[in-house]
Ligand binder design. Structure first.
Ligand code: CMC
Length: 392
């Protein structure tokens, strides 16, 4: 029969050609369209990075303005979608709500499910990038029993998201520019990461010709897992569970114990085996935000800092090249901003949407596109004859 290459976890298989994002895991390098992530996080901002990922070049001032205006015009959700939110239990995980609502967008925005029309592909991208913050914020508002807050198009992308999450009708709410900047940086650092599990899921889904909303919903579902995007929630919950600095050694021992399934969430990465360049920026940002908010003596932060110190000095972690990844520090910032841990992964999902869409667009315009159809090494029973039930 046929002979196939066996590569569990795809550690050595390139599934596509891509011109979007480059990672050198040994050097700890991450480039979007050639630009280093630290420069983008420091000098650019999320919507500009979105443009870069989608179109391949940094926008001129006019192109950026036009792009921002277009995205901003799509921030509203179809009013009918409110009923969709209201159908969920209040205690539903916001990721469950997002998988459902984003999948349901195909039912609300039929026109952009036609992937053969290049303009509709554009419209689908604008809609997804614009509406994802509204969807995430509404999932949050619903979970805490507060009214939905409509998007405000006079605010920038990050400020609008904070506004939809934290404003209440009874009070004046002003977005703190420090928090808006930190929020924007979190979005920027999560914007794309080449062929990770959720992006590969989006590509595999789209290889069948599925509509963009269905593909992004599939990506969100994959991102939810604790080994991937779910790690930011899990990491902060672990820090809370550890609770105090004196309990850290106990948890490090547990992480090293091969008979204990416990892992230190927020540590390790499939590709980065030296350091995660996103974590370097995120760590600085965490220090800045907490300093500016005047909460540098937060107990969770103390546990985080000490855990980082002890774990990275431990031989087990050194041997396996495990160090804090992006999800370790993002949670600390989000916690300081007042987000519950259940919102951490939805925030990752909204930020990664542009990456998924850029990769989706690249893939469907590739003339070499084939349906993704892995083969297998069959390990089951050999051919045998059916046995009637009375003879089993
Ligand atoms: N705590 C303890 N041990 C670990 C950890 C950890 N967090 N991560 C890896 N190891 C050990 C693992 O047990 C194995 O040890 P041994 O060689 O003795 O069997 C070795 O390190 C290699 O691990 P692996 O699971 O074979 O590596 P992988 O490339 O398949 O997995 C990973 C990468 C990110 C899934 C994994 O490091 C992990 O589960 N980390 C915790 C979850 C996490 O933080 N994920 C977020 C990743 S960054 C953002 C994102 O992608 O969403």
């Amino acid at each position: 029969g046929d002979v196939f290459t066996y590569d569990p976890g795809f550690t050595s298989t390139a599934a596509c050609e891509s011109a979007i994002t480059f990672i050198d895991g040994d050097k700890g390098e991450l480039l979007h369209r050639g630009y280093p992530i630290d420069q983008l996080a420091g000098k650019s901002h999320y919507l500009e990075v979105c443009y870069l990922l989608l179109y391949g070049e940094l926008p001129t001032a006019d192109q950026l303005e036009e792009f921002e205006t277009t995205v901003t015009r799509h921030t509203m959700l179809h009013e009918q979608m409110q009923y969709f939110f209201r159908g969920f239990r209040r205690d539903a995980h916001p990721m469950a709500v997002m998988v459902g609502v984003v999948g349901a967008m195909a039912a609300f925005y039929h026109d952009s499910t036609d992937i053969t029309d290049p303009w509709q592909r554009e419209v689908a991208s604008f809609r997804l990038i614009a509406k994802m913050p509204t969807i995430a914020a509404w999932a949050y508002k619903y979970s805490i029993g507060q009214p939905f807050v409509y998007p405000r198009n006079d605010l920038d992308y990050a400020s609008n998201f904070l506004h939809m999450c934290f404003a209440v009708p009874a009070e004046e709410y002003k977005v703190d520019p420090i928090l808006a900047r930190a929020m924007d940086r979190i979005f920027t650092l999560h914007a794309d990461h080449e062929q990770n599990a959720s992006t590969s899921t989006v590509r595999l889904a789209s290889s069948s010709g599925a509509n963009p909303f269905a593909c992004i919903a599939a990506g969100i579902a994959c991102l939810w897992g604790p080994a991937h995007g779910g790690a930011n929630q899990a990491a902060l919950e672990t820090l809370k569970e550890i609770g105090s600095v004196d309990r850290i050694p106990e948890y490090i021992e547990r992480a090293k114990d091969k008979n204990d399934p416990f892992r230190l969430m927020g540590f390790g990465h499939r590709v980065y085996k030296n350091f995660d360049p996103r974590a370097t920026v995120m760590k600085q940002s965490a220090d800045e935000v907490l300093d500016l908010l005047g909460i540098e003596d937060n107990p969770i932060l103390q546990v985080a800092k000490e855990l980082e110190k002890q774990a990275t000095a431990d031989q087990y972690f050194i041997d396996r090249k495990l160090f804090p990844n992006v999800d370790f520090y993002s949670g600390i910032i989000l916690e300081a901003m007042g987000f519950p841990t259940s919102m951490f992964t939805p925030i990752f999902a909204l930020a990664r949407t542009v990456g998924w869409i850029s990769q989706w667009k690249e893939q469907i315009s590739d003339p070499a596109l084939k349906i993704g159809r892995p083969r297998q090494l069959y390990t089951g029973a050999a051919k045998r004859d059916y046995v009637d039930i009375e003879n089993r």
